[in-house]
Unconditional design. Sequence first.
Length: 248
Amino acid sequence: MQSVDRAISVLEILAQRGEAGVSEVAAEIDVHKSTAFRLLGALEARGLVEQSGERGKYRLGFGIVRLAGAVTARIDITQQGRPVCERLAEEIGETVNIAVLQEHYAINLYQVRGPGAVTAHNWVGQLTPLHATSSGKVLLAYLPAQERAALLAEAGLKKVTPHTITSRTRLEKHLAEVREAGYAWTQEELEIGLHAMAAPVLDREGQVIAAVTASGPSYRFTEERMRELAPVLIKGAEEISHRMGYLG
């Protein structure tokens, strides 16, 4: 943990100063020059810092831009999706979320409760299993097959409820149906009594970057009701995609 703390301190020093040498960094974080040199070397290997010219000074590298870009994209999705989600929650009458891929989970970034929502459960910030959620199925369905296989191998197909799909073959067949239908659905696969559906959100290159979901109690948000409302959700997802720069 000390090394992580020191590495973050180094990045903060370079952010404040613009550039700094090994001696300056060592003095600032109160470590030996050799320790500062190792820290800078590790950060340089990851592209987070770079040497500026031949003066032995270091500055922030373009790896920082890559990391910041990922955060910016998520902020953009939330901002661009907010008005659409609010409208969808009204139209569908259930809770609407935006979720993105986080390692081998789906993480919810934004939530709007519909007028018919019966519980106050807040999904924002929660990591949920890809194979047991409608958002996760959307995010999985449009990944390249090799990447999907690696993710599923790492995550596993844990039986969350008696209805969770735990067979790889069955899941792949289901994901093919998701791609054909243009949306995903779950029926008590994450939680007994909970049904959900999700549609893909695309970026300007046409890549799936998020899922917009609607979820509600199984007694009301039935399979028939989800099928009936799917076009509304898909249209909402398309609107967010256009707001994110997709022109298709």
